[in-house]
Each structure stands twice: as C-alpha cells, then as structure tokens.
Write a protein that binds this ligand. Structure first.
Ligand code: APR
Length: 258
C-alpha cells in the first residue's frame, strides 16, 4: 500500500514542470502570523479593511505605514524554515516556479530565484501618487512596534507619500505576475499548494487552473482544505513536516536506479 507522501513523491519525481504555490501558512513556522487562523492569525487582532486598503491609507497614512514597518521588522527578524529551504533544493534538480501570495522574502532568502509575488512585496514600497518605486530606500527606518503611527517618507520624484508595495483589498494583482502565474499553472505537471486557505481570489484560482489543465494538485496544510480526488491529493500536516520529507524521498528515488 503506497502512502500518500510516497504517491506524491512519485508524481513530483516524474514531473518536468512544477509550480509551488504558497500562502501565509508556509511562513507561520518562521514566526510570521497567518491571516485567518482563528487564534494566531493577524485578523484576530486587526480588521483588514482598516489597514489593507487605499482608503485606509488616505484616511491615516501614518497608521498604515507604521503597521507595515512593524511587519517588515517581523520579517527581518524571521528566518526561512525547512519548507522554504526544501523548495529551493527541489529547484536544483527540476524546473520549479514559485508563485507566492506572501509579501515576505523568505523564499528568496532560502535560495529560490525569480519568485512570483502575486500580492506584491514588503521590500518594495512605491509612491501612492505616481506609483513609481524609489531606486533605493533612502530613509532610516525607525524600528516600529505594533500600532505606532509613523509618517511615510516622500517620493523623490513627485514628493507623494510612499506606500507599501503590496496589493490591497480591491486592487488588481500586478499584471505581469498574474500572467506568468497563469501560464505556469496551465503548463505544469504538478502544483504543490502549501499553506493557503484558498479563499482569496483571484490568487486562489491558480491551483484550480492547474487542475483543469490536467495537472496533479497537492495541498499541504494541517487543515483539510480540499476533498481528495483522482488528481487532487492532501498531505495533512505542517509545511516543515511534509515538504522536506517529500524532497528527501524524491532525492532518494532519484538516486535509486529507475
Ligand atoms: N504549515 C502549512 N500550512 C499552515 C501552517 C503550517 N505550519 N500553519 C497554518 N497553515 C495553513 C492554515 O491552515 C491556513 O489554511 O495556512 C493557511 C493560512 O491561510 P490564510 O491565513 O488565509 O493565508 P493565505 O491563504 O495566504 O491568505 C491569502 O489573503 O489576507 C490576504 O493578502 C493576504 O496573501 C493573503 C491572502
């Protein structure tokens, strides 16, 4: 009787093109809170409408900017975990496209190259007025604690307020990132969906597109986020439990004569 992880290792082992689609859950074990987990999620303490929208920024730019600075400090203090590292290791032997909903840089710091950020990135503020991204962050970032109101710096080109370079509720996803993600999803043999509740669209469409295009989709999550079917499998558990185990199993079979 083949276990699910052995079946997944065989699928990934045979795959030519793999998409790794990640959500906040993959960074949870690096100490970065998710959004919707009932007790530990960020939204247990904050109303996203008050912090993650353009109107919130218009209303109180200092509150929003201060909150994102606090999140940048959290990310800077976090380290990539074994799941991030296993994904980078997988890409050394196969064509892997990482598509993430996360705005942290833990995939990059684990060694993944060319990560597609569907919801933008904390690392790249942009101007709220002219939308340009300053070439270099030229201001001394105060170390923020949660809830501090900090006036955002000004754009060197038009003197508009800088805003976080992330996608807020009601905003479109970056066009190039979306197009690349759709192409990768439609072209892959296996899509690993790791640490996402799959409730925020259009990003949550990516695994669905892969499935409809004939790929296998594997959900790695402590929660049962999908009903298994002929081409959809679930590895119930934490990302750092299953992803390293999956990659090690694959490396083992790679080494064995086929
Ligand atoms: N390993 C794997 N998955 C985990 C772990 C873990 N250690 N811990 C929690 N999870 C799972 C939870 O069970 C949940 O399904 O991670 C998922 C986190 O879901 P959300 O908090 O909804 O985060 P995400 O799916 O990334 O949200 C999508 O919503 O608020 C917006 O822009 C934000 O990008 C975010 C988007």
């Amino acid at each position: 009787m083949t276990s699910t992880i052995e079946a997944v290792a065989a699928l990934v082992g045979d795959a030519k093109r793999i998409v790794v689609f990640t959500g906040a859950g993959i960074s949870a074990e690096s100490g970065i809170p998710t959004f919707r987990d009932p007790l530990t999620g960020i939204w247990a303490r904050h109303d996203p409408e008050k912090l993650e929208t353009a109107s919130a920024f218009r209303e109180d730019a200092a509150l929003v900017w201060g909150w994102y600075l606090w999140r940048r400090v959290q990310v800077a203090q976090a380290a990539p975990n074994a799941a991030h590292q296993a994904i980078a290791q997988l890409a050394r032997t196969r064509e892997v496209t990482v598509v993430t909903q996360n705005i942290d840089d833990l995939h990059e710091r684990a060694g993944s190259a060319d990560v597609i950020h569907l919801h933008g990135s904390l690392a790249q503020p942009k101007c709220f007025a002219c939308h340009r991204t300053p070439a270099a962050l030229f201001f001394e970032e105060p170390i923020a604690s949660e809830g501090l109101r900090i006036e955002p710096p000004r754009c060197p080109r038009c003197n508009g307020k800088l805003r976080p370079g992330v996608v807020w509720f009601g905003e479109d996803l970056p066009a190039v990132a979306w197009k690349r993600s759709v192409l990768a999803a439609r072209d892959c043999d296996v899509l690993l969906s790791i640490g996402t509740s799959g409730v925020v669209f259009p990003a949550a469409e990516i695994p669905i597109m892969a499935l409809h295009a004939g790929a296998y989709v594997v959900h790695i999550n402590p929660a049962q986020v999908a009903q298994p079917s002929s081409r959809e499998l679930c590895l119930i558990g934490r990302a750092t439990e299953h992803v390293p185990a999956l990659v090690s199993l694959m490396m083992l079979t790679d080494m064995l004569p086929s």
